[in-house]
Write a protein that binds this ligand. Structure first.
Ligand code: BES
Ligand code: MN
Ligand code: ZN
Length: 489
């Protein structure tokens, strides 16, 4: 995909399609007014007839408009201009791009209002880049055709380029999640990371099984021991600031397939468990974005990659594991594997001595019960740091909601035979007991846990994005990294 900037007047634009936005209770302005003029007032009439609506989220195809070279104009309702934010800009552009991607298109021109600032432009471009790419990776006849060139009528050239990089990084995360477990497993995920590192200048360290054994990652290794695929731990680094210690460490759960292990999942719940490496994919996508944008911060990403399988060598219920930190863990459910993987990765992350930690994981079904499929669960031991992340998420239009970390929940994971056990006393509050388990492995570090089990993988498409991997939290984390960089000038 390409993104470019154009300056021609509307009448001279050559494109397969145009995209314009209209506001509620506001007279047509800018390019929309120009197009209306060229078409002899057709747009005004269509709006009067109620055929085209300005309500936010409405997207209408206006075919073969009179007086225009272009066969297709997509009119996007933007609602009230006063409340137009980055999320709305992204979904508006994404909806238009997704609609147009229904067939092959060389060049689509987005006519933006002149008063959109860099941030809105960047969000719109990113939204369009994700909107026209789908999960149909293995269909002979694809349903969404990525638009070859996205041209933007704006003066914010740098923002267009940034939006493209951000959108492409989000698409990397989405593609990794959408790839079946037969293609993306620990070793092949590491190969993708190596390719990304080569292209963007990220540093990459890969720990194989032998190294993980040397490092005494007994908790992560136990999860992987039932699989024919060997585990990996990756350390990806962007050194965009001249300081030794990272501003930020990002930690991702990379269970490339979660069968549940001996606590086997029912078939219905297992169907989408290729998505259980979404935390790791989010870390890699975010790292790609941070590097390609050249942010002046030092960020390190760590991902633990395993397959949770059933075999004669699977870890068992009642097993006691010794995590890298030295803590012992009683396994009472092999399907609560994500926290076992993260226990060791968090311990490695602590050695990086980053100012702040964020982990991301498709950790619990309980979080989906609590918050639904569009909201990330947020847990923390540092409220100021958490507030900063929640603000960044709001800025980006990503939904995140904090869950309490009351000490009572920790008593649920006490064990009679080991230091802790890997499940709570019952299923209630399961997202929080999982968060409390992770907290045992972050020491005094400033830490946030994001449970992305709901939003990371969508069963149904939305107007602005296909179903499957969503790339949720990439934008928020890039925003956060940018703020940490900015904080030092
Ligand atoms: N990967 C799952 C959580 C999940 C559920 C992700 C739905 C995406 C969508 C996780 O490993 C898991 O199986 N969690 C168990 C924990 C339980 C055994 C304490 C769960 O949520 O049932
Ligand atoms: Mn599981
Ligand atoms: Zn899992």
């Amino acid at each position: 995909m390409h993104a470019s900037v154009i300056e021609q007047p509307v009448g001279e634009i050559q494109a397969d399609a145009l995209v314009i936005g209209i506001h509620e209770e506001t007279p047509l302005a800018g390019s929309a007014a120009e197009i209306d003029g060229l078409s002899g007032g057709q747009l005004t009439r269509l709006i009067e007839f109620g055929e085209i609506e300005a309500e936010r989220g409405k997207v209408t195809s206006w075919l073969a408009p009179a007086g225009l070279e272009t066969s297709h104009v997509v009119v996007v309702g933007l609602g009230d201009p006063a409340t137009l934010d980055r999320g709305a800009a992204a979904t508006a552009a994404g909806s238009a791009a997704r609609l147009l991607a229904g067939q092959k298109r060389q060049r689509v021109v987005f006519l933006l209002s002149g008063d959109w600032d860099e941030e809105l432009v960047c969000a719109a471009v990113s939204g369009a880049v994700t909107g026209c790419v789908g999960q149909d990776l293995y269909r002979a006849e694809i349903k969404l055709h990525p638009i070859e060139e996205l041209a933007w009528q704006t003066s914010h050239t740098a923002a267009v380029n940034q939006g493209l990089l951000l959108g492409e990084a989000t698409n990397l995360t989405r593609r990794l999640v959408n790839e079946p477990a037969g293609f993306i497993y620990p070793e092949s995920f590491a190969e993708v990371a190596a390719k990304v590192a080569g292209e963007t200048g990220l540093e990459l360290e890969i720990w194989d099984k032998q190294k993980l054994e040397e490092e005494k990652c007994g908790s992560l290794l136990a999860v992987s021991q039932g699989s024919d695929r060997d585990p990996r731990l990756l350390i990806v680094r962007h050194r965009g600031a001249g300081r030794e210690k990272p501003h930020l460490a990002l930690v991702g759960k990379g269970v490339t397939f979660d069968s549940g292990g001996l606590s086997l999942k029912p078939s219905e719940s297992m169907k989408t468990m290729k998505c259980d490496m979404a935390g790791a994919a989010t870390v890699l996508g975010t790292m790609q974005a941070i590097a390609s944008l050249g942010l002046s911060c030092h960020v390190v990403g760590l991902v633990g990659l395993v397959e949770n399988m059933v075999s004669g060598s699977s870890y068992k219920l009642g097993d006691v594991l010794t995590a890298r930190s030295g803590k012992t863990i009683e396994v009472l459910n092999t399907d609560a594997e994500g926290r076992l993987v993260l226990a060791d990765v968090l311990d490695v992350a602590l050695e990086q001595e980053a100012d702040h930690l964020v982990d991301l994981a498709t950790l619990t079904g309980a979080c989906v019960v609590a918050l639904g499929t569009d909201v990330c669960g947020v847990m923390t031991n540092d409220q100021d740091w958490c507030d900063q992340l929640l603000a960044a998420a709001a800025t980006c239009g990503e939904r995140a909601w904090q869950l309490p970390m009351f000490p009572e929940f920790a008593s649920q994971i006490r064990s009679n035979v080991a230091d802790i056990k890997n499940i709570g006393e019952g299923r209630w509050g399961g997202a929080i007991t999982a968060g409390k388990f992770l907290e045992e492995f972050v020491g005094e570090a400033s830490w946030i846990h994001l449970d992305i089990a709901g939003p990371a993988f969508q069963d149904k498409p939305k107007a602005w994005i296909d179903a499957g991997g969503s790339g949720v939290m990439v934008q928020t984390l890039v925003q956060l990294a940018g703020e940490l960089a900015g904080g030092e000038g």
